[in-house]
Write a protein that binds this ligand. Structure first.
Ligand SMILES: C[S@@+](CC[C@H](N)C(=O)[O-])C[C@H]1O[C@@H](n2cnc3c(N)ncnc32)[C@H](O)[C@@H]1O
Length: 336
C-alpha cells in the first residue's frame, strides 16, 4: 500500500486497485470516461452500453472495498450512467446524495439541453461516515453587490460568509480558457475536487482517484494537506500530473484551517472552522449590512497563497472588480 501513497501510477485501475488492501483509503473520487467517444490518448471511449456498465461495476465495487468504513465514495458522470450505478451500489454502500453540478454539457440528439453533471455520493457506512458541513460565499448581483437571494425579514440570521453548501452546485465553472487546461479532453477544476475533499476528509487522510487524468484530484489533495493515490492508464497524463505535482505546495489554508481558494477568494470553507477563520475578514458589524456589502479578506497578499501569481490570473481573466464595486469596497475598508 505504502508505495502507492503520494504517487500517481500508470496502469489499468482495476489491476492496481486489486493490489490495495480492504478499508485503506478515506475517500475515493472517480471521473471515468463517459462512453461518449471522447478522444483520449490510450482509451477507447466507445463501448456497447452493457459492456461499459459491466466494466464500471468492476471498478466501482473495488472502490467500495478499499474505502474505510468512515469513508466516502464520489462518482462523477452523466445521469444516464449514474442511475444504473445505483443498481449495484445500493447493495454495497449507503446512498447519501445526488449532487447536481450545474455545468453545460453537450446535447445528445433529441433531448432537453443537458445542464448538469451528477455526482453520486455514497458512504461506505452511513452510521460511521465522516462528514463536514461546508459554506460558500453568498451570491451577489455583479452590478450592485446586493445579495441575489431575498432573505426578507430574516436578514439578521444571515451567516456573514455564506450559506451551507447544498446538493446543487452552481458556483464552480468548467475550465474554459485553454491557457488553464492541459492536453486532456475533460479536465475538472481543482476547486471542485477541493470541495469534496474538505467535505469528506481531514488533514493527512488518503484520497484515491482511479482515473486521475492530468492530476486534478491529486493536486487538490496535496494543496489541502491530504495524501493521494492516483492511477491512469495513459502514461502521458501520468507524466503531466507528476510535473504538476512538483510545483504544488500544501498551503491552501488560512491560519490553521484548510480552505479552497479561487482567484484570491475563499470559495469553500468548513462550517466548524468559521470561528477561527472570521478574524481574517472585515465583517460589517450589523448582520443586516451583509445584504449590501460583501465581507472582505484582510491583507490578501499575506492571506492568499501565491497571491502575486493569482493577481496575474485575475488580470488575465479580466475579472478585476468594476469601478463601482471597487469604490464601494474601498469605502468599506476605510470605514473598518
Ligand atoms: C474523464 S478523464 C479523467 C479526468 C480527470 N478527472 C482530470 O481532471 O484530469 C478519464 C481518464 O480515465 C483514464 N482511463 C481510462 N481507462 C482507464 C483504466 N482502465 N484505468 C485507469 N485509467 C483509465 C483515461 O486515460 C482518462 O485520463
Amino acid at each position: 500500500m505504502k508505495k502507492y501513497i503520494d504517487t500517481v501510477t500508470a496502469g489499468d485501475c482495476i489491476e492496481l486497485l486489486n493490489r490495495l488492501p480492504d478499508n485503506s483509503v478515506d475517500m475515493t473520487f472517480a471521473d471515468p470516461p463517459f462512453n461518449l467517444r471522447k478522444k483520449y490518448g490510450r482509451y477507447n471511449d466507445h463501448l456497447k452500453d452493457q459492456e461499459y456498465l459491466n466494466w464500471c461495476k468492476m471498478w466501482i465495487l473495488e472502490l467500495v472495498r478499499v474505502t474505510k468504513s468512515t469513508g466516502s465514495i464520489f462518482l462523477h458522470n452523466i445521469p444516464k450512467w449514474l442511475i444504473k450505478y445505483s443498481y449495484f451500489l445500493d447493495d454495497a454502500a449507503d446512498f447519501k446524495h445526488w449532487i447536481a453540478w450545474d455545468a453545460q454539457t453537450a446535447p445528445m440528439g433529441k433531448t432537453l439541453q443537458p445542464s448538469h453533471y451528477g455526482i453520486l455520493f455514497y458512504a461506505k457506512d452511513a452510521e460511521k461516515l465522516v462528514f463536514n458541513e461546508l459554506r460558500y460565499p453568498h451570491k451577489r448581483s455583479r452590478q450592485t453587490n446586493i445579495l441575489a437571494k431575498d432573505y426578507g425579514g430574516k436578514k439578521h440570521l444571515l451567516h456573514p460568509y455564506g450559506p451551507l453548501v447544498s446538493d446543487v452546485w452552481t458556483d464552480i465553472h468548467r475550465l474554459k480558457h485553454n491557457k488553464y487546461r492541459d492536453t486532456h479532453p475533460c479536465q475538472l477544476p481543482v476547486h471542485l475536487l477541493e470541495r469534496f475533499i474538505l467535505m469528506a476528509t481531514d488533514e493527512n487522510n488518503i484520497v484515491l482517484d482511479p482515473f486521475v487524468g492530468t492530476g486534478t484530484t491529486a493536486v487538490a489533495a496535496k494543496r489541502l494537506g491530504r495524501r493521494y493515490i492516483g492511477f491512469d492508464i495513459d502514461d502521458n497524463y501520468v507524466d503531466i500530473t507528476k510535473n504538476k505535482l512538483n510545483n504544488v505546495e500544501s498551503n491552501s489554508r488560512i491560519g490553521s484551517s484548510w480552505v479552497s481558494f479561487y482567484l484570491g477568494e475563499i470559495i469553500t470553507l468548513r462550517d466548524k472552522d468559521w470561528n477561527d477563520i472570521k478574524q481574517y475578514f472585515y465583517i460589517p458589524t450589523k448582520k443586516q449590512d451583509v445584504d449590501k456589502q460583501p465581507i472582505i479578506l484582510k491583507n490578501k497578499s499575506k492571506a492568499v497563497p501565491n497571491y502575486c501569481a493569482v493577481k496575474n490570473e485575475i488580470r488575465d481573466l479580466s475579472l478585476f472588480a468594476n469601478a463601482k464595486n471597487f469604490k464601494m469596497t474601498k469605502k468599506f475598508i476605510e470605514k473598518c
